[in-house]
Design a protein around this ligand. Structure first.
Ligand code: GAL
Length: 861
């Protein structure tokens, strides 16, 4: 049933009730993720206790008592929660906090405690806890004993609990996190914001991230598969361990389907408390290659036997593909050229903060894929492992990045503080965790690091990556590529990563040191805009702190998508580009970022410093409320901005696309000019206003990337574009002057979800007129509530200046749209209602149990 048929007054509130149950379809959520590793790996996310010290959400300071790791601690006032958890996302936003880190109170000391029991029957086992990421400066204690530390909040790490574990009795794991001693140029989140796992192994077992699968030779008929397996012996005697590996095909749900081969087993003699490595090979006949359209995967299932008994079974998903980087013919995947149509993305998930959620991440990737994006840059840190698994399954290439700073920091307390002691351990951890993912195709050792001209350091870091994984190239993102080339630092790299200075490439094509080095646009564009805002005089509105969406606003170092496409067209041999950014993110609200990092941009061009300093001083006086970025092609709530269709047109030229901007509700501009722009994958278009042609426009290939009618005199009615490609009718779009807003229309990202307390459904509410047309300039307050076994997790509308907490169940629409994120609780019922004060609308019924909401295609589709 389509709720848009029901009319209710916008003075009333929409009440959304979702009681959920839903059956599962599509591919798996967290629970069935195939973790690379030993089979006895259990989620350790539930039932933690949390307490916060140091800086509090309201700015006050609460002293941290001593010995919070103690077994006998009084935990009465500790909050109960499940992981992943980001303690800062609930805010409140505070105007005096820095815009660059989202005006959220993320600084503090967080303590987590978990009581758990490991049965006495496991007393012969090794027990580990694996953290996918904890922000930041993690210190781990078990039963009051210090176990270890891992400062870098983005990396995954393992702690061995065995020495302090009491089998058959209660144990207390305590984790201290400290973000007071960490700093960032974007919102880093705070807390154990990724998953945690309890891993039980026998004494002889595959080591942590102990497998490495490569495919040295691949042809259509056969692939050589090489599997390295590190086996740890935790006993105090020498053992003989037999290592065997079988290969299976796996499907999107990680189910092993057909057996694909076996590797010859090998026997290792491992000394007491020692480690040995087995190297085995096999041939996979008729390999099903991993590529972007058919991301076929396999799993190497390794079994370790001692005295004829299997002591460990370890699964390593992998893919068979070839990657080649050529200086003249770009990047080749399985021998075929693939131009990189990439986006850079920070790790936060908008209203959910940094806390990882696979359905939220998948929703983002689905939108990027639909746009034609084929590659992700994990700017500027190691991603959650779920991102790589999704990329493997969905067919994205990943540029896996390690750092935003080396020895010289961008902020006083960023990675520079731990660089000397930790950079090698962090790089090794990153490579060992991610080197089996077929999606990962380039390692990046840094982003615009201030010491990017340091020849010795660049070589040292690149050498670590080459040593740990010689199968992938190493890159570094330069904001001063000329400097990096002149100094010779870039000689150590396989791929030159160029942020924003792509057009200087010809200079370097002639230098013998670089002539054969492929170059990638590791960061491009940085176009800024606010969804649905169109300004005609100044692109920047310093009252509302919004930015016009004609996609012609960008900071001094950036450019529009069109300008970048033009540059790319001049250098077709280059690998491609990563747009800054796919999604808006929390923090760094350039150009309204009144924080000192603003000055970092152009640090390679001292002549711009004065200009930037003056702008910064002016911004600091007006103290803008902006708390999230404007860079996204898609806004923070996940609503596409106009340039989504620019990228889609360019990146998916075979899909008929036509998109008109702006909207057509300009009652105050009757008789005045309103420029009309059209993004299309066609090459020509004719614009009609109320049926009257405003003329045909053509685009010249490689030069024009939008059709423009800049002198349209506004009259209410209908604006229609008919686009052509090679003279044939190709795509059309229509925007109309709408009536007044009378209705709310819901749609959802999918119609089914798991009722597991984790899986999320994203419900978009559009403010529409009687005919169902989106009314951008009416922004009613929408109130949400839920009955039954569902939970409203967050709401958002994509407004970068809003201080309404993300957890609020009421939120005004922003340019006609508002989002509510709903979680299906375990064991829920199946009725879904939507009602207003005046009328009650049922949008699901017992006969239609799996449909949450009519997932009607709207204009955005
Ligand atoms: C780049 C930087 C990114 C982001 C971007 C904004 O220089 O690498 O992290 O700050 O500028 O345009």
């Amino acid at each position: 049933m389509n709720i848009t048929k029901k009319i209710f007054s916008l003075n009333n509130y929409l009440v959304l009730l979702i009681c959920s149950m839903m059956s599962f379809s599509g591919f798996s959520q967290n629970t069935s993720m195939m973790r690379m590793g030993s089979t006895d790996t259990q989620s350790f996310d539930d039932n933690w206790l949390f307490s916060r010290y140091g800086s509090q959400a309201d700015g006050l300071v609460k002293e941290e008592p001593k010995n919070l790791e103690a077994v006998s601690l009084n935990e009465t006032n500790w909050e109960k929660l499940n992981l992943p958890h980001d303690w800062a996302i609930k805010g409140p936003f505070r105007i005096e906090l820095r815009g660059e880190t989202g005006k959220l109170p993320w600084k503090g000391i967080g303590w987590y405690r978990k009581h758990f029991t490991v049965p006495a029957s496991d007393s012969e086992k090794q027990i580990f806890v694996d953290f996918d990421g904890a922000m930041a400066n993690a210190k781990i204690y078990l039963n009051g004993n210090y176990v270890g530390t891992w400062p870098y909040g983005y990396n995954s790490f393992r702690m061995n609990l065995t020495p302090f574990l009491k089998f058959g009795q209660e144990n207390i794991l305590a984790v201290r996190l400290d973000t007071e001693n960490w700093d960032s140029r974007w919102y880093p989140g705070a807390g154990i914001y990724r998953h945690v796992w309890l891993v039980k192994t026998n004494q002889v077992h595959v080591g942590h991230w102990g497998t490495y699968v490569t495919t040295p030779n691949v042809t259509k008929d056969a692939a050589n598969v090489r599997v390295l397996v590190k086996v740890d012996n935790a006993t105090n005697k020498t053992v003989k361990a037999v290592v065997t590996t079988d290969l299976y095909e796996i499907d999107i749900n990680n189910t092993l389907t057909a057996k694909a081969g076996s590797l010859i087993s090998s026997t290792l003699e491992i000394k007491a408390n020692g480690t040995e490595e087995a190297e085995t090979h096999s041939v996979l006949n008729n390999p099903k290659l991993w590529d972007l359209k058919t991301p076929n995967r396999y799993v190497a299932q390794t079994k370790i036997s001692v005295d004829g008994k299997i002591v460990d079974t370890y699964n390593t998903p992998f893919g068979v593909r070839t990657i080649e980087f050529t200086p003249r013919n770009g990047f080749l995947l399985n021998g075929k050229r693939v131009e990189i149509f990439g986006t850079c993305n920070h790790h936060d998930l908008g209203a959910l903060g940094a806390a990882i959620n696979t359905s939220a991440l998948k929703r983002q990737l689905v939108m990027l894929k639909e746009m034609g994006c084929n590659s992700l840059r994990t700017s500027h840190n190691p991603p959650a492992p779920e991102l790589l698994e999704l990329a493997d399954k969905m067919g994205f290439l990943v540029l896996d990045e390690a750092f935003d700073a080396w020895k010289i920091g961008k902020k006083k307390l960023d990675y520079n503080v731990i660089f000397d002691e930790w950079h090698e351990k962090d790089l090794v951890a990153l490579v060992h965790r991610d080197r089996n993912n077929p999606s990962v195709f380039i390692w990046s050792i840094g982003n615009e690091v201030p010491d990017q001209q340091n020849v010795k350091l660049t070589k040292e870091l690149a050498d670590i990556m080459h040593r740990e994984d010689p199968t992938r190239p190493v890159s570094n993102g330069y904001n001063d590529p000329n400097g990096g080339r002149k100094s010779g630092a870039a000689v150590a790299l396989d791929i030159m990563g160029v942020n924003y200075f792509f057009d200087q490439q010809p200079k370097w094509d002639v230098d013998p040191r670089y002539a054969n080095k492929p170059t990638i646009g590791s960061e491009t564009a940085s176009t800024v805009s606010s969804r649905g805002e169109y300004f005609f005089d100044d692109k920047y509105n310093k009252t509302s702190w919004q930015i016009s969406s004609y996609d012609d606003a960008f900071p001094g170092w950036g450019c529009s998508p069109d300008m970048q496409f033009r540059t790319n067209a001049k250098f077709p041999h280059l690998l491609g580009e990563y747009v800054w950014t796919g999604f808006d993110y929390l923090g760094e609200p350039t150009p309204y970022n009144s924080d000192e990092t603003n000055l970092l941009n152009f640090r390679s061009d001292p002549s711009k410093q004065g200009e930037l300093e003056a702008r910064l001083a002016e911004l600091q006086k007006s103290n803008p409320p902006s708390r999230s970025s404007y860079f996204g092609i898609i806004d923070l709530a996940g609503f596409p901005k106009d340039r989504y269709y620019s990228y889609k047109s360019h990146w998916r030229p075979d899909v008929p696309t036509a998109h008109i901007l702006p909207h057509w509700n300009w009652s105050e501009r009757v008789g005045k000019v309103v420029p009309v722009h059209v993004y299309t994958s066609g090459d020509e278009g004719e614009l009609f206003l109320n049926g009257k042609s405003l003329g045909k426009k053509k685009m010249t290939a490689g030069k024009d990337f939008r059709l423009t009618w800049d002198n349209v005199i506004y009259a209410p009615g209908e604006l229609k574009v008919v686009c052509y490609k090679n003279g044939e009718k190709w795509a059309t779009d229509i925007v109309k002057t709408t009536g007044t807003a009378t209705k709310l229309k819901m749609s959802t990202d999918r119609t089914e979800a798991l009722a597991d307390d984790v899986d999320l459904v994203f419900v978009t509410v559009d403010v529409t007129d009687n005919d169902g047309l989106l009314v951008l300039r009416t922004n009613p307050l929408v109130k949400f509530s839920i009955e039954g076994s569902g939970e409203i997790v967050a709401t958002d509308n994509g407004d970068a200046t809003s201080f309404v907490p993300f957890q609020s169940t009421e939120r005004p629409a922003y340019n006609g749209k508002v989002l509510v994120i709903v979680k299906a609780k375990k064991g829920g019922k199946r009725t879904i209602y939507c009602k207003s004060r005046k009328c009650r609308i049922t949008i699901g019924s017992n006969n239609d149990q799996n449909k949450i909401i009519n997932n009607k295609k709207n204009r955005d589709d």
